[in-house]
Write a protein that binds this ligand. Structure first.
Ligand SMILES: Cc1ncc(COP(=O)(O)O)c(C=O)c1O
Length: 358
């Protein structure tokens, strides 16, 4: 059976498979913060109603100031966008017709955005269980392209590399005058977040991408930002529609970034749940990726293709993300988000039953 591509749209998945959606379901395919949006967003929501009557500030000045203070980078080194997705589309437009390397497995939108811009795409695939970058082979590929997309920590495995490895990658791209885009959409879920945002303003060959929709659970509002040299950002911004970020997202973004407690609580929660889930997987003979963030890959080693397990869980209303459209994984793993404690317990319960029946 061919499973449809999906992610955060379980009704579409059930419909495409001709299945009646169960009355209760848990969507483990969506990677946003299970603790929800910061309290301050809910408290201010009513007061923002009048914002919808005016055009938003097209230069997003207040938000830029907040991001600059939060990150310790210059405002001129920042470009906010309507979600990281918009910024990926703008980067792809800037790269129109160029040679692009994607370090896979990774977020599928780098490829679709670059294909839309007639870029020539090549892959460098990292493999489980150690997800090594294989520097020699990667160096050769970097030398042959104009740009590299690197998701760090990577989606779908959640792997976070050590600083030295990424420093090597940044340097290798700089030496060969290749633009490196590091997507840090999930970096702040790690107990020890690793970021390269401070280097982006100093190099013509480095862009760092961030999303606010994951940590602050505002996927419906859409907000992200890009860090890099001012001249490079200006060229990327040329294609951005005027008033691209709505007025409420501008307000909400500033509040989110000021709420340090929310991200600290989230990191502490994730650390505890990762420990609990991973110890259950080890005891029950499931393999998992060494994720540092809020999602992970899991597989039953007795199966090569995980479709049977995917369907088993789906029938119980537990929606995992299959990996057929992730180069390098091709259905041999399932991705799951870390959800609330009760939801994670449901998954562990279903996985125990699966093992008992197999
Ligand atoms: C790695 C990665 N980068 C960027 C995005 C897009 O994020 P946003 O919601 O800010 O557009 C996603 C969304 O799933 C993602 O997984």
């Amino acid at each position: 059976m061919q499973l449809p591509a999906h992610g955060s749209n379980p009704d579409h998945l059930f419909k495409a498979l001709g299945m009646e959606p169960p009355t209760k379901m848990v969507d483990f395919s969506v990677n946003t913060n299970p603790l929800g949006a910061p309290r301050a967003i809910k408290d201010h929501w009513q007061g923002w109603l009048e914002e919808i009557e005016d055009y938003p500030d097209p230069s997003a000045l207040e938000l830029k100031k907040t991001i600059a203070a939060h990150e310790g980078v210059a405002e001129s080194h920042l470009l906010p966008g309507n979600g990281a997705s918009e910024l990926i589309t703008l980067i792809a437009r800037y790269l129109h017709g160029k040679q692009v390397l994607i370090i896979h497995p990774a977020f599928s939108e780098y490829e679709s955005a670059c294909r839309n811009e007639n870029c020539t795409i090549s892959y460098h695939i990292v493999h489980p269980p150690n997800w090594q970058l294989e520097k020699g082979a990667l160096q050769q590929k970097i030398d042959a392209v104009d740009a590299v997309f690197f998701c760090h920590p990577n989606n779908p495995a959640g792997v976070q590399y050590d600083r030295l490895t990424i420093d090597w990658l940044i340097d290798a791209c700089k030496q060969s005058k290749t633009l490196l885009v590091i997507d840090e959409a999930f970096y702040d879920f790690a107990s020890n977040p690793v970021t390269f945002i401070h280097q982006a303003g100093r190099s013509r060959y480095l862009l760092v991408l961030r999303s606010l929709t994951k940590m602050y659970s505002i996927a419906g509002l859409r907000l992200g930002y890009l860090a890099g040299r001012a001249e490079l950002l200006a060229r990327i911004q040329i294609s951005q529609p005027h008033w691209s970020i709505n007025a409420i997202a501008l307000k909400a973004g500033s509040l989110c970034l000021k709420d340090h407690q929310h991200s600290e609580d989230t990191r502490a929660y994730m650390t505890g749940e990762r420990k609990r889930l991973f110890s259950f997987f080890r005891k029950n003979d499931f393999l998992h990726s060494p994720s540092a963030v809020n999602f992970y890959l899991i597989r039953d080693p007795s199966l090569d293709d995980q479709q049977e397990l995917f369907m088993y869980l789906l029938r119980k209303g537990l929606v995992m993300r299959h990996t057929y459209n992730f180069p390098g994984l091709e259905g041999t793993w399932l991705r799951a988000a870390i959800k609330t404690e009760a939801e994670n317990n449901l998954l562990m319960g279903a996985l125990s039953e699966w093992k008992q029946g197999n």
